[in-house]
Ligand binder design. Structure first.
Ligand code: NAD
Length: 532
């Protein structure tokens, strides 16, 4: 393991940041303000704890002004032809890939993650941009629907933008989770106000700068920086839809506020994700794949594996190989691809992770790997940690840790593995590891989670962008990605027309005759496949 480079320590001050294309001071101007005088929020670089920069603490008045501007700009945006909107998103796709090195520097400096996990964000935004460039029109176009009665009526489904969408994002994937939910909202013809986490605003500010460069009009997508408890409620009070990613506790508050206004929302929340390793799994690949799934983004990933169930026949061999693999993971603060695992984001995260580990050990769990903070590498580093002997009275058993910690359990029969995987209030993501894909799907289908991967931890399901993604149970409401990912930002409208106005059967017939005719028609329709 290596210590942070002197270059990085120097770079993490406001001056000399190694991102020549987008100095932070320019980015601050991208925050939506209604006047010049503002309190400032300090943003730190987790790799070193140094100050990275300051952003305005927006107020309710800023939020109000931003929403008003977006409302004003939105009808014009919605009336622009699809190809114009597509061209902007397509240019954005190219810009993100072209500028990826600078963006990854910024993501790493702001979040402390390893570069390979910053790269996942670049790829994710490119996948979203490509998908919604080429598929938004198909999802949004008016569709002919079956009318009430054949020949007599016809119906069409139209989709209208809701107006202005509020996107509230967490700190763990500062590019991907801020931007990927915003793009389909824009493509549906909405205005968007984004509130990034106060811990990671610069990545979002840079992303919006790139969208402007790609041709997006200024007022249609704006950012308000600041604390969630202050500007979050102000935003929900004014927008027409809320797209939220964050903790289950905050999600419940948002649902309550949105319900009071009768506006719709989608909530992407926490998880306590299980992996089931069956005894026919390829050990080498499974060990490496599960480790990636546990320690991606140092475990600060809503889809990360936190519970690992291994079948008895392979348990001993798996445990030995897994622990060896975990102990060998490289952890450092370099702005290159040398690290497997990066830093946590803050002291709060270190404290929470350490509290879960200490509580488990005090109550009898055993540490097979890790279990300690690593201040020698940077203020918030924490070792990749493996626990056994975890029992229900320990916090780590059922609560989301959101850090580099996994509990290892042994099971005998497959049904037992499935039952224990489902024994949780959460239902976000899961994985099944097996040499038999058919068997993997059979098991996957029985797991109560919005996404289940076979022989992969999360990337296969997440990146299958045409398919819905989201949580069951306490892990969320609604879905992102695919058709649902854009249609959630619309109001459905049904337009139905009646033909043969002058000789309609309900107007011209006596009620008894009308009843008899309708009864005959409905009975017949049940038997004609095209009319059912
Ligand atoms: P958080 O709930 O504390 O904050 C998320 C966002 O909500 C931030 O921008 C915050 O400022 C804002 N916020 C806070 N209080 C608010 C309020 N009262 N009204 C409106 N907005 C408010 O979550 P976090 O700590 O930033 O992120 C970690 C959590 O997010 C974990 O639980 C993780 O599992 C979850 N998460 C879920 C997904 C998913 O796709 N399901 C993805 C990433 C993270």
């Amino acid at each position: 393991m290596t210590t942070p480079t002197p270059e990085l320590r120097r770079a993490s001050g406001v001056n000399g940041l190694p991102i020549p294309l987008h100095p932070l001071t320019n980015l601050i101007a991208r925050s939506a303000l209604s006047s010049d005088r503002r309190d400032q929020l300090t943003v730190h670089a987790p790799f070193t704890g140094d100050v990275l920069g300051h952003v305005p603490a927006c107020t309710e008045a800023d939020v109000e002004a931003a929403v008003e501007r977006a409302k004003h700009a939105q009808p014009h945006w919605a009336h622009r032809a699809f190809p114009e909107r597509q061209a902007i998103l397509s240019r954005y796709h190219d810009l993100v890939l072209e500028r990826q090195d600078g963006i990854m520097d910024l993501i790493q400096l702001e979040s402390g993650k390893a570069r390979r996990h910053a790269l996942e964000e670049i790829l994710d935004v490119a996948i979203h941009s490509r998908y919604y460039t080429f598929h938004s029109q198909r999802h949004m176009k008016p569709k002919a629907r079956r009318g009430a009665l054949p020949l007599l009526t016809s119906a069409w489904e139209y989709r209208h933008p809701v107006g202005v969408v509020g996107v509230i994002a967490p700190w763990n994937y500062p590019l991907s989770l801020a931007i990927s939910d915003s793009l389909p909202a824009l493509m549906a013809g909405n205005g968007v106000i984004l509130k990034p986490s106060h811990q990671t605003p610069f990545t979002a500010l840079y992303a919006i700068q790139l969208l402007r460069e790609a041709g997006l009009p200024p007022d249609i997508f704006q950012i308000v920086t600041g604390r969630g408890s202050v500007i979050g409620p102000a935003l929900i009070e004014r927008v027409n839809y809320v797209s939220f990613t964050g903790s289950t506790a905050t999600g419940r508050e948002i649902a309550r506020q949105a319900a009071g206004r009768l506006i719709r929302y989608s909530l992407e929340l926490g998880g306590k994700n299980p992996a089931i390793v069956l005894d026919d799994a390829d050990l080498d690949q499974t060990v490496a794949g599960v480790a990636r799934g546990v320690f991606s983004n140092a475990g600060q990933l809503c889809m990360a594996i936190e519970r690992l169930y291994v079948q008895a026949g392979v348990y001993e061999r798996f445990r030995e190989a897994f622990v060896r693999h975990v102990r060998a993971l490289e952890m450092n603060a370099a702005l290159d691809f040398s690290a497997d695992v990066g830093s946590l984001i803050s002291q709060d995260q270190v404290d929470k992770v350490d509290a879960h580990v200490r509580d488990a050990v005090e109550k009898g769990a055993r540490l097979l790997a890790g279990g300690h903070a690593r201040p020698d590498l940077g203020p918030y580093f924490y070792e990749p940690t493996v626990l056994t002997g975890v029992t229900p009275e320990m916090a780590v058993y059922a609560e989301e840790t959101f850090g580099p910690v996994v509990a290892l359990y042994r099971f005998d029969r497959v049904e037992e593995g499935i039952r224990r995987a489902n024994d949780t209030d959460y239902g976000l993501n899961a994985s099944v590891w097996t040499g038999d894909l058919h068997r993997g799907r059979e098991v996957a289908w029985q797991i109560q989670a919005g996404t289940v991967n076979v022989n992969d931890a999360y990337a296969s399901a997440w990146a299958s962008i045409d398919a819905p993604m989201g949580g069951m149970k306490d892990s969320g409401v609604g879905r992102r990605h695919g058709a649902e990912g854009i249609l959630r930002y619309t109001e459905a409208q049904t337009i139905a027309a009646r033909r043969l106005l002058s000789s309609s059967i309900d107007g011209d017939l006596a009620p008894e005759t009308f009843g008899a005719v309708m009864t005959w028609i409905l009975r017949a329709m049940k038997h004609i496949p095209g009319l059912r």
